[in-house]
Design a binder for this molecule. Structure first.
Ligand SMILES: [Ca+2]
Ligand SMILES: [Ca+2]
Ligand SMILES: [Ca+2]
Ligand SMILES: [Ca+2]
Length: 302
């Protein structure tokens, strides 16, 4: 399972290699079919970064683990500290952006453990992609990120060349995705990706955001259906919120197996209360969706 593959000469031999984050092998599943990801000794989920080194004949060598990262390591390479070797900037899908500093060399990379570059900074939503780029053009690399709700964040580097420090988040684009809302321009930005580049060549960096959009053709065509969709979706969300509240209240309490059983029964009762509307909602609107990848461009203005 790999994510955010990219091409870079990671071992400095003049041949471009492939680097990608991944979970380790195929994660096992629990009895409910949920993937069981690997965790470190503190209970943090881990993923790994791999390189496939290119050989002179153009083929690639075997997968080589080059670093360990937190959660869903979507990593990009950049010479963060300006010492001539490539470092990793990682969006681990939590409210952090990690640096994996290359403490080896440009020909023998070796990476330090992840360090949160946003230590002490409040981050509203989970970060799903991150890039280092000099957005404000002052010569210091800033951090740009997208989130689980398709916001675009800018963290201005207000430190110095040797010692980066970041200002509080500036929300360049307020996410307009309400998870899985078919009437929103973006649908479920779980694994979106950000790229920062001068797209229109005007000298100001722009943002490309990759994600996907689900379309229900019936919903698109009929205004009455859109009203009905809104109504049923509000009920669906109310149900989910009530169940979430139930589990939130149970968090951090000492629970026996018996208590958990009771909790599940209570959750089922909430779901039963809304079952008719939710079934209708799923039948009418959550079937036969067209889901397509999209790339949005946001032009930066000077
Ligand atoms: Ca190489
Ligand atoms: Ca470096
Ligand atoms: Ca800057
Ligand atoms: Ca531009």
């Amino acid at each position: 399972m790999g994510f955010a593959p990219q091409v870079a000469d990671i071992n400095g031999d003049g041949l471009t290699d492939i680097v990608s984050g991944s979970y380790r092998g195929d994660p096992p599943k629990d009895e409910n079919g949920r993937l069981q990801y690997l965790k470190d000794k503190d209970g943090n989920m881990i993923s790994e970064l791999y390189a496939y080194y290119r050989k002179p004949d153009g083929s690639f060598g075997p997968r080589t683990k080059i670093a360990e990262a937190r959660m869903h390591a979507k990593a990009t390479l950049v010479d963060w500290d300006g010492d001539g070797d490539l470092d990793f900037i990682v969006a681990p899908k939590i409210k952090e952006i990690h640096l994996l500093e290359n403490i080896g060399s440009s020909t023998e990379p070796e990476f330090a453990p992840p360090r949160n570059l946003l230590e002490g900074i409040e981050v509203p939503n989970y970060i799903t992609g991150a890039k280092a780029a000099d957005w404000d053009g002052d010569g210091l690399l800033d951090l740009m990120a997208d989130t689980i709700l398709a916001d675009i964040y800018f963290f201005r580097n207000i430190g110095t060349a040797g010692e980066p420090a970041f200002a509080p988040v500036e929300v360049l684009v307020k996410g307009w995705a309400d998870n899985r809302d078919l009437l929103s321009p973006v649908y479920w930005e779980n694994f979106s990706s950000i790229e920062v580049v001068d797209w229109d060549g005007d000298g100001q960096l722009d943002v490309l955001l990759g994600g996907h959009k689900a379309v229900n053709p019936r919903l698109k065509a009929n205004p009455e259906d859109q009203v009905e969709y809104r109504r049923l979706r509000a009920i669906y969300k109310k149900c989910r919120a009530e169940v979430a509240e139930l589990y939130r209240n149970a968090r951090n309490k000492e629970f026996s197996d018996e208590d958990y059983k009771k909790l599940r029964v209570e959750a089922k009762e909430i779901e039963k209360k809304y079952a008719d509307e939710i079934n209708l909602f799923n039948q009418k609107y959550n079937k036969n969706l067209d889901i397509h990848g999209r790339v949005w461009v946001f032009l930066g203005v000077k």
